[in-house]
Write a protein that binds this ligand. Structure first.
Ligand code: APR
Length: 237
């Protein structure tokens, strides 16, 4: 850690927060690299890919149907999600929340300006016409696109490994204008999200990490460790 004394929040004008699965862990949603990131003995990296969907769409649908049902079956936002929404309401500068998570816990906690760069569990997409729509039901190889009527081309609206995350132009533009960048609950191993801290640092922003463990990324000026539901309310109070 070096330089960049933390200032009172009202002295910042443009805050960007990046979240990862660690912020939803205490709501009961598994992170990606806990328990070796396995699901039904598949590596998640082997399920969340266009190739897996091409090879075994039913298996990929089963994976996301299970996660969608879990999200809809009683998972609640935790104090970290609520603290971020409260900060956004109280902050009089510009605020952007970029999440790698595909759950809707930030929105349910009251966050407004949210970008889901890796897509959303509660959204479906047609691989034929690219239409996206809100979806809270199981998808299958028999699902029909609401727009073009094609059957068998409906996929979870998730950005898979090898695909381009959503809203990258907007995210990079906002990072270049930021003066505070806070990363919460992410291991910082998957790009392009893992590179955001360098863009913020290059823009002159103060870069802060709130995580269960130090990631050792040298581009953070400050790194605080602890569980998100304790650390995030403390930091944003
Ligand atoms: N509070 C704070 N941090 C936590 C908590 C918690 N309760 N529990 C775990 N963490 C931290 C872990 O220490 C780890 O650094 O959250 C981080 C989770 O890291 P990953 O499992 O790698 O998840 P994430 O960084 O979100 O993965 C990024 O990779 O698999 C892809 O697309 C997927 O969006 C995902 C991306």
């Amino acid at each position: 850690m070096h330089g960049k004394v933390l200032k009172p929040f009202h002295q910042y004008r443009r805050v960007v927060v990046l979240t990862g699965s660690g912020i939803s862990a205490e709501s009961g949603l598994k992170t990606f690299r806990d328990n070796d990131g396995l699901w039904e003995n598949h590596r998640v990296e082997d399920v969340a890919t266009p190739e897996a969907f091409e090879r075994d769409p039913a298996m990929v649908h089963r994976f996301y149907n299970m996660r969608r049902a879990q999200l809809l079956g009683g998972v609640e936002p935790n104090l970290a999600h609520l603290a971020l929404a409260q900060f956004e309401r109280a902050f009089d500068g510009e605020f952007l929340l970029v999440t790698q998570n595909v759950d809707n816990l930030h929105e349910r906690a009251g966050s407004q300006n949210v970008i889901h760069m890796h897509g959303e569990l509660l959204s479906a997409k047609c691989a034929a016409c690219e239409k996206q729509w809100a979806c809270s039901v199981d998808l299958s190889v028999n699902s029909v696109c609401e727009q073009c009527g094609t059957q068998g081309q409906v996929r979870p609206d998730i950005v898979w490994f090898g695909e381009i995350p959503y809203c990258m132009r907007e995210i990079k533009h906002t990072l270049r204008d930021s003066d505070l960048f806070v990363s919460i609950g992410t291991s910082g191993v998957v790009y392009p999200a893992a590179g955001f801290v360098r863009e913020a640092e290059y823009a002159g922003a103060t870069c802060v990490e709130l995580n269960l463990e130090h990631t050792g990324n040298p581009h953070f000026h400050h790194s605080f460790t602890g569980a998100a539901s304790t650390l995030v309310p403390q930091y944003f109070s």
